[in-house]
Design a protein around this ligand. Structure first.
Ligand SMILES: Cc1ncc(COP(=O)(O)O)c(C=O)c1O
Length: 447
């Protein structure tokens, strides 16, 4: 029997034809729950919530540490606080903070906290965004706006830099000039220098990059950026709230932030290792002049002056309140403890993975991301991910080459033994099954 959706009956056919695929397949599978009533608008709040609880049962159990991707968990108390703060502000709108001065104040305090963490100089300025992708879109847009005379602008970036830069280049008509990384997966500074030309509007480095979890040679890239007069963005979306507390980065032995003169902007997400609800990132520029290039203002319509700092118009206060709550809950000291715990868990997991034949870790991580694979074609890495998923564990799949990826959270210290046992059992399952490849999955889906 097909699921009946009041608004879009094409779901019915798609669900029937693709029973096991993605969200639509899931909708088809849950036919028979109270969802039909929800779609018809006839359920009371209690029934709606219980329908949501039913829906959620098919999701990965990240609240109990079963996901090493997509989600971040510090403590159950912090999660509850974050969700309460979000709920309090879910309907407030940061599109116009004149109406919501509390949001203006929270945004400014969150920005101040992150700016201090990344050693922003006086005169630095920034904005909150909806997360990493919006930050990278906006920094790319600002770089293009800064050089209006360039007909065919390009961004020079390592092959490891986040996919959101491709999106930025596609949206804003910029050439993405990808430069192969070194054998240790870090950006090749000399090759990036050679790729720069008069139309280069931005260079990019990551701290760390997502795929292999290593930090690029940012000091070297900063020197090149200064000598060529090109802005350098450090994408620390996934690392900023961790590296700021971990040696050799925190003390400046291996600097990655504004302590490097050539760095002109840094992005740090609160909805990752800030443990805030989804929809929260920060971008900090070395100067207000650089920041102002990302701003959009128009009065070319009948509704009055429209000023906006990013892609969004209406912007929920939820992520802002959640970020503010997390920063006030943990503070520098709390985040330092979380970073130390998460790093220790990461290193434990690296040792445990390495001890399971035929798994190997691609490189020693600089932060809290692990990239690992299989040295035996009879145990394909992606088939191991399938076997883990069958046991209720979620790791990311990536390529090239086909590898697995884990984003470790503070809460994962509670599940190390269970995960390692599941991983060992999954390898045995794959060996026994004669799997040839496994499902390659996707980093992001289009549904
Ligand atoms: C280094 C890096 N940059 C950018 C992003 C994109 O962030 P978001 O998914 O919040 O848009 C990610 C996501 O993991 C990331 O790891």
């Amino acid at each position: 029997m097909p699921f009946v959706c009041a608004h879009n009956t094409s779901y019915v056919n798609y669900g029937e034809a693709n029973e096991s695929r993605g969200i639509r397949g899931t909708l088809a599978r849950i036919h028979g729950t109270t969802l039909r009533g929800v779609a018809n608008g006839a359920e009371d709040p209690g029934q709606v919530i219980s329908a949501l609880e039913d829906l959620r049962r098919s999701d990965i159990d990240w609240r109990n540490g079963r996901a090493f991707s997509l989600t971040y968990l510090a403590t159950p108390e912090a999660l509850e606080l974050s969700e309460r703060a979000y709920a309090m502000y879910a309907g407030e709108n940061a599109l116009n903070v004149a109406a919501f001065p509390s949001l203006r104040r929270m945004q400014s305090e969150v920005l101040g906290f992150v700016s201090e963490l990344c050693h922003a100089p006086s005169g630095a300025a920034g904005f909150m965004t909806s997360g990493g992708t919006e930050s990278l879109l906006m920094v790319s847009y600002a770089a293009k706006q800064r050089r209006p005379e360039v007909a065919r602008p390009n961004i020079v970036l390592p092959t490891s830099a986040h996919a959101a830069f491709e999106k930025a280049c596609a949206y804003f008509g910029i050439e993405s000039r990808r430069v192969p990384v070194r054998a240790d997966w870090r950006a090749d500074a000399a090759a990036m220098r050679d790729a720069i030309d008069d139309s280069t509007v931005l260079m990019v480095a990551s701290a760390p990059q997502y795929p292999q979890g290593v930090v690029d040679p940012i000091a070297e890239l900063g020197d090149i950026a200064l000598s060529r007069g090109v802005p350098l963005h450090v994408d620390s979306c996934i690392g900023g709230m961790v590296l700021a507390f971990l040696e050799p980065f925190a003390g400046g032995t291996v600097p990655f932030d504004f302590r490097i003169e050539g760095v002109t902007s840094i992005s740090v997400d609160l909805h990752k290792y800030g443990y805030a609800a989804k929809g929260s990132g920060v971008i900090v520029y070395r100067s207000r002049e650089l920041r102002d290039k990302q701003v959009f203002v128009t009065d070319n319509w009948l509704g009055g002056m429209y000023g906006s700092s990013g892609v969004l118009g209406t912007k929920s206060g939820g992520p802002i309140a959640s970020s503010w709550a997390m920063i006030n809950h943990f503070g520098r000291e709390g985040y330092a403890k979380l970073a130390a715990l998460t790093r220790a868990t990461t290193l434990l997991l690296v040792d445990a993975i390495t001890a399971i034949d035929p798994l190997f870790v691609m490189t020693k991580p600089d932060s809290t991301l692990i990239c690992f694979g299989s040295a035996d074609p009879a145990v394909p890495a992606h088939a191991v991910a399938d076997a883990l998923a069958a046991r209720g564990w979620w790791v990311d799949r990536q390529s090239p080459p086909p590898m697995l990826h884990m984003t470790v959270s503070a809460h994962h210290d509670k599940v190390v033994d269970d995960f390692v046992a599941a991983l060992r059992a999954s390898v045995a399952d794959v060996r026994a099954s004669n799997a040839t490849d496994g499902s390659s999955g996707a980093y992001g889906t289009v549904e």
